[in-house]
Design a protein around this ligand. Structure first.
Ligand code: ATP
Length: 198
């Protein structure tokens, strides 16, 4: 079975996340995509996130209309910083015969060489990267494959979508609407819970 893994802080999940996962699913023939909210993201250890339970509920709402999309709590249950390699090792151990695809944004291709056990991680998965403004996804993919000879990296065919959780959070903190860029039902949940108020 071909399966996708998609990690992030999802604070909040937005249409960019859903669209890149859907393009990965259809173009790579993935039977499932697991969205994995990070407990403590390695590159955001100093940042205050919305509580894990709330990010989880937003994500579960976001994927509700997509039957192949699931949410995994594996990184929320594990203590300490959420390293992708630990997650992939655990998922692979549970389903050793499956082929795993790691879905990331192009910005993460630049970070990846510094991730924990990057060479081992890249031997375990094929990386599927979505284009993102400011990064040439094909150049970044080629560089990664030159640095790590065992890496397989492909670029997803889709336009750059210039949306980030950071920008959405900043707008919400100023009391501005962001619902056009949120998956169905996520805005209602944020309003009901009073999330992202300053
Ligand atoms: P933040 O602004 O808080 O850093 P984000 O919008 O980058 O958040 P994350 O939850 O950190 O969202 O991202 C999870 C994954 O999705 C990362 O691999 C990131 O590169 C990717 N991603 C998020 N938004 C986009 C986008 N608009 N285009 C391509 N990739 C994206």
């Amino acid at each position: 079975m071909r399966r996708g893994l998609f990690g992030g802080s999802f604070d909040p999940p937005h249409v960019g996340h859903l669209m890149m996962a859907e393009v990965a699913r259809e173009s790579l023939g993935l039977e499932t995509v697991d969205f994995i909210p990070a407990g403590i993201p390695p590159h955001k250890t100093g940042q205050r996130l919305q509580p894990a339970t709330f990010r989880l509920r937003m994500l579960e709402q976001a994927v509700r209309d997509f039957p192949q999309f699931h949410v995994s709590t594996i990184e929320l249950e594990r203590a300490g910083v959420s390293y992708t390699v630990d997650t992939v090792r655990a998922m692979k151990a549970a389903a050793p015969r499956d082929d795993w695809f790691l879905i990331v944004g192009a910005d993460m291709l630049l970070d990846l060489p510094r991730w924990k056990d990057a060479d081992h991680l890249l031997a375990l998965v094929t990386v599927a990267a979505a284009p993102r403004p400011g990064v040439d996804v094909r150049v970044a993919a080629d560089n990664l494959m030159r640095t790590f000879h065992n890496a397989h990296v492909c670029a997803l065919e889709m336009p750059e979508l210039d949306v980030s959780s950071t920008w959405l959070r900043e707008r919400m903190h100023r009391g501005l609407r962001v619902d056009p860029l949120l998956p169905t039902g996520v805005w209602d949940l944020i309003v009901a819970e009073g999330g992202y108020t300053a």
